[in-house]
Design a protein around this ligand. Structure first.
Ligand SMILES: [Zn+2]
Ligand SMILES: [Zn+2]
Ligand SMILES: [Zn+2]
Length: 89
């Protein structure tokens, strides 16, 4: 199974915006779970698009994270874009 780390663009990851969950936009606090893309959403050049707004990332790639809820247990194994089951192995 292939997966790709989810990234935020300059705007979506600007300053404290990067502390918001990339799925539900809730403030994450201390619990940050790394977000990832499935092999479809990260395929080819698609992994260079922001996981929130889909804009091309360019040089600024900010790691995207999930909140406690969105990353709870097996939910963290789902693609943060399409929600497909895509375990990080
Ligand atoms: Zn969330
Ligand atoms: Zn963005
Ligand atoms: Zn996906």
């Amino acid at each position: 199974m292939t997966w790709y780390p989810a990234k935020l663009c300059n705007e979506c990851g600007y300053l404290n915006k990067r502390d918001n969950c990339c799925k539900c936009n809730k403030w994450m606090g201390d619990t940050k779970i790394p977000a990832h893309l499935c092999n479809d959403c990260g395929y080819g050049a698609k992994k260079d698009n922001c996981c929130k707004c889909n804009k091309w990332l360019g040089d600024t790639k900010i790691s995207a994270y999930l909140c406690n809820d969105c990353g709870y247990r097996t939910k963290k194994d789902n693609c943060c874009k399409c929600n497909k089951y895509s375990p990080m192995v």
